[in-house]
Design a protein around this ligand. Structure first.
Ligand code: NAD
Length: 484
């Protein structure tokens, strides 16, 4: 069978890459190849940037409300194709179809929020800053922006950035993850139908060569990146060297504390979703569960019992709660962490290594896995595993919880389950992560709030989406004016 080839979308056309190397795209539930993707070149990137540069002067002077109208049309087109996008996403990524739907919904919410450009892009003004002198600042688009995306949210992540960049008058070049290129290819078909001016939105498939060509290209003003911490650090440093704006969102090691007074009847469903939803492959997934004080035995017992009920299978099956991991290589990596946890002396109380799914013998599955009595120094409690592996670190009190959270290096999200307002306040006040959940296991800011962590989870200062997006994609020009 010939596999479909994922092509680049440049200057309003579907074009072949100059690539000499190609990658395989898998259906991770079946372990089967389903498409091929070009590992594009610097020449592909240059073609996209030249197209984006050429249309920039025209797009820039298009009134903001007219630019927003393209997004209104796009929102309707996304709604019409909602189910097809979600199915493509699950097919190449593996996540449960309902999670895919949730992701597509979040993608659309960014399109919706960006249509507020006529309010959110405004500058400010002050008369009489000195005798007869007025001053005003307005926000101007800067040119071409780039985005480099991870595999774990194939639909949503580029759309944390794209709608804001283009609605403010910039043009855009982005690279989806080479592991999941089909979803954005489907999405670009919809963009093409909506009919943005050619060159405003461009997609180049590929791997590191495309990334590095984007980082080095003098025609790109700034980069929005989401991915692992080592890559985020590389992006940040190289953007510094080439003088680009940058927001680089990295990896995570999220701690979820359960206080002795927590309402577990209410909390258990969202706790299980935190750790096992998306097969633990979210930057906001719970990774370390911290039962506090003398209620710990009861928390662990109920959590393990809940984990045993998690259904593992093909994400396209509506009954599946947890799909496979993204690849055979990532499965091996996660299994390696389980081996390491055993070797370092943690207690394996639920073992997902032998997860089998009927009819899917080649799928990249790992079942829910739980270690108890993990210590803060163990690898399990320090490194990002990005799979359905829970490390339970028991803590005596709030001070120990805060100490654990604030010594991980990563500082993306942290959650607390409690019925005490005072405990919640102390937690959110003292911990370093900047996305906080209170009786919420996935602290995911919606499109109209900023998204991003601190420490090794974020390099750069302006976070994704929210009102901040309108700052990242514009420069403030200040005019000081006197008329005689
Ligand atoms: P990754 O860093 O391997 O890849 C991300 C992107 O960078 C891909 O497009 C890839 O092609 C490119 N890339 C990878 N290595 C590179 C290199 N050496 N040089 C240049 N480019 C390179 O990340 P991933 O495995 O695709 O995604 C999972 C990671 O993303 C996890 O660490 C997760 O926590 C993180 N993530 C973070 C957030 C957040 O908001 N902080 C959101 C989603 C995912």
């Amino acid at each position: 069978m010939t596999l479909p080839l994922m092509r680049n979308y440049i200057d309003g056309e579907w074009v072949e890459s100059d690539a000499t190397t190609w990658g395989d795209v898998f259906n991770p539930a079946k372990g089967e190849k389903i498409a091929r993707v070009a590992y594009g070149t610097a020449a592909d990137v240059d073609r996209a940037v030249q197209a984006a540069l050429a249309v920039f002067p025209i797009w820039r002077e298009t009134p903001p409300l007219t630019r927003a109208r393209y997004l209104f049309r796009l929102k309707d087109a996304f709604e019409e194709n909602f189910e097809e996008i979600a199915e493509t996403l699950t097919t190449e990524h593996g996540k449960a179809i309902d999670e895919a739907r949730g992701e597509v919904r979040r993608m659309i919410e960014n399109v919706e929020h960006a249509t507020g450009v006529t309010t959110l892009m405004c500058g400010y003004t002050l008369e009489d800053i000195a005798k007869n002198i007025d001053c005003y600042g307005h926000r101007q688009p800067m040119g071409v922006f780039g985005c480099i995306a991870p595999y774990n949210f194939p639909a949503m992540v580029p759309w944390w950035f794209l709608p804001y960049a283009v609605v403010t008058g910039n043009t855009f070049v982005f690279k989806p993850s080479e592991q999941v290129p089909m979803t954005q290819t489907k999405i670009m078909e919809i963009v093409d139908e909506v009919g943005f001016p050619e060159g405003v939105i461009n997609m180049v498939h590929g791997s590191r060569d495309v990334v590095n060509a984007m980082l080095d290209h003098p025609g790109i003003q700034g980069i929005s990146f989401v991915g692992s911490t080592p890559t985020a650090r590389h992006i940040y440093q190289r953007c510094g060297a080439t003088g680009k704006r940058v927001q680089a969102l990295g990896g995570a090691k999220n701690i979820v504390a359960v206080m002795p007074d927590a309402d577990l009847d209410q909390g258990m469903p969202s706790l299980l979703t935190s750790f096992f939803g998306c097969t633990g492959q979210r930057c906001l997934s719970g990774s370390v569960l911290v039962p506090v004080g003398d209620a710990a035995d009861g928390v662990v017992e109920r959590f393990v019992a809940g984990a045993r009920t998690v259904s593992v299978g093909d994400g396209l099956d509506e009954q599946t709660f947890m799909g496979p991991l993204i690849s055979a290589a990532h499965r091996q990596r996660v299994l390696g962490y389980i081996e390491k946890g055993i070797a370092e002396g943690a207690d394996l109380v639920l073992d997902g290594r032998d997860a089998k799914v009927d009819g899917y013998p080649e799928g990249f599955f790992v079942g829910p896995t739980i270690f108890d009595n993990v210590t803060p120094a163990m690898t399990l409690a320090r490194e990002e595993i990005f799979g359905p592996v829970v490390s339970i670190v028991r803590a005596p009190d709030m001070n120990a919880v805060v100490e654990l959270v604030n010594t991980r290096g990563f500082a993306n999200a942290a959650c607390i389950y409690t019925t005490s307002g005072a405990a919640a306040r102390e937690f959110k006040y003292r911990v370093k992560p900047t996305m906080i959940g209170v009786n919420i296991g996935i602290a995911a800011p919606m499109s109209f709030f900023p998204f991003g962590g601190a420490g090794n989870s974020m390099f750069g200062d302006i976070k994704g989406h929210g009102q901040e997006a309108f700052l990242f994609y514009t420069d403030m020009k200040v005019v000081i004016e006197r008329w005689y």
